[in-house]
Design a protein around this ligand. Sequence first.
Ligand code: COA
Length: 167
Amino acid sequence: MVIRDSGAADLPRILAITNHEILTGTALWTIVPATLASRGAWMAERQGAGYPVLVVVENGTVAGFGSYGAFRPHDGYLHTVEHSLYIDPAAARRGLGTAMLDALIRHATAAGRHAMIGGIEAGNAASLALHQRLGFRAAGTLPQVGRKFDRWLNLVFMHRLLGPDPA
Ligand SMILES: CC(C)(COP(=O)(O)OP(=O)(O)OC[C@H]1O[C@@H](n2cnc3c(N)ncnc32)[C@H](O)[C@@H]1OP(=O)(O)O)[C@@H](O)C(=O)NCCC(=O)NCCS
């Protein structure tokens, strides 16, 4: 398994993983499929702003991706980032999600960020467990702020401070 920066050649796999989640899951709160162009624009915007878009490659295939960006636009939030990660279900439960989240934490720490936040649907036991294991704690739940597949979705903010002594 290798984790590296992504490039345009990775977009078809990033698109496939994204659209599988859009069509079948509740990690992305939209039912509108992404396109190669929209994923490309997102990657360019993130990388152009100095944020990472990482891919995890297993046996030569992109099996997942992760990224972080601004939590909120105002400069007072500069030290806080919001991340997300997606692993191909065909590669699930083999440690790729752990490796990707760890890489995002290391990247944000090296970049001098102070806090990381993940917004996770309250029923997403896998993601909640993964985040808890890597030092994130639930900082609050917003009930019924989303809707997909004809049901209300609750949003849990998982929060972690960064750095050598994140007290
Ligand atoms: C959540 C996700 C990233 C986990 O990726 P993964 O590669 O399967 O995770 P790992 O193999 O590193 O598993 C790490 C831990 O997460 C937890 N976990 C993973 N899948 C789980 C599941 N289906 N049910 C319960 N816990 C699970 C376990 O604690 C696991 O450790 P263990 O296997 O030693 O028990 C992946 O399922 C995914 O991409 N889901 C859809 C998108 C998403 O929810 N993204 C996160 C929102 S930011």
